[in-house]
Design a protein around this ligand. Structure first.
Ligand code: GUN
Length: 284
């Protein structure tokens, strides 16, 4: 049986450490505050935002929610971000994506002050990640790195394959693995011989957005498999990108969905929010 990597337990440990930091900052008169913007009624976004709020409450971070109707204009949204950028009491700002049709997510990302950009989506922060000199960790990839660390697997010199090239997960994931000295390949929808490339991976990260995309024939014996997928196929429960049962038989460690990467993303967001508060108060 492979190791089932317990994202719930590992995220709880990260959050416990974070709660102590929040308490320490409070003693110094610093209240850590995260502003969360949600536009429209997307049910998945609502669940994610509720989970972020719950994590803030657990840790003693103040969360301010700005729930806007889907009739909100770009001008209104940018005016809110401008106000939050200038508000000294707000340390972190995130706008839950995707936005309803007609609103431009890129303009929103660009408008958030990079010093408060706890998602690390702003081009300035993306650039910093590229050169390995960053304050804010990209939340999901950073969570994956924590999970890998927990397995004790040596990353340096290993072959890592990331399936998916999104700006939020695939690309920054590849960068973090590269910074850890893995030899990294990014695969995507136009990749030829995808199963063959995946079979070379000591570490396989699936961030495709398709249920059961990664099958046993794509996995090397003894690989570590990380499933970033969050799919809700009709008539099925939440599932990842990896056909868990058949792949589990081949690998040495694997993340479940739910209970793998998901909880880590929020834990890393909390970490970034604390980092933002520290930097804004001149603490390293
Ligand atoms: N939508 C899906 N994942 C994320 C995330 O990590 N941050 C934001 N802001 N929106 C998302």
């Amino acid at each position: 049986m492979p190791e089932i990597i317990d994202g719930k337990a590992i995220s709880a440990a990260v959050k416990e450490k974070a709660a102590k930091e929040v308490a320490k900052l409070k003693e110094q008169g610093i209240e850590v505050t995260l502003a969360v913007i949600i536009v429209g009624e997307d049910p998945a976004s609502r669940v994610y935002v509720n989970n972020k709020k719950k994590a803030c409450e657990q840790l003693g971070i103040i969360s301010r929610e700005y729930a806007l109707p889907d009739t909100t204009t770009m001008e209104e949204l940018l005016a809110l971000i401008d106000r939050l950028n200038k508000d000294k009491a707000v340390n972190g700002i995130l706008c839950q994506m995707p936005l309803p049709n007609g609103l431009n997510g890129k303009l929103v990302t660009d408008a958030i002050d990079p010093a408060k950009d706890v998602d690390a989506f702003h081009p300035v922060n993306v650039g910093k990640i590229m050169i390995g000199d960053y304050d804010f960790l990209p939340c999901t990839p950073a969570g994956v790195m924590e999970l890998l660390k927990s397995t004790g697997v040596e990353i340096s010199g290993k072959r890592a394959v990331v399936i998916g090239r999104s700006d939020i997960v695939g690309k920054p994931m590849a960068m973090l693995l590269l910074h850890a000295n893995a030899t990294v390949t990014i695969c995507h929808s136009r990749t030829k011989n995808l199963p063959e490339i995946c079979r070379e991976a000591d570490i396989l990260v699936a961030a495709v957005g398709r249920a059961d995309f990664v099958t046993a024939d794509m996995v090397k014996d003894g690989a570590v498999v990380i499933d970033v997928g969050m799919n809700r196929p009709e008539g099925r429960k939440l599932c990842g990108d990896v056909a868990f049962c058949e792949v589990a038989d081949k690998c040495s460690a694997i993340t479940p969905v739910p209970g793998g990467v998901g909880p880590m993303t929020i834990a890393m967001l909390m970490k970034n929010t604390i980092t933002a508060a520290k930097r804004q108060n001149g603490i390293n």
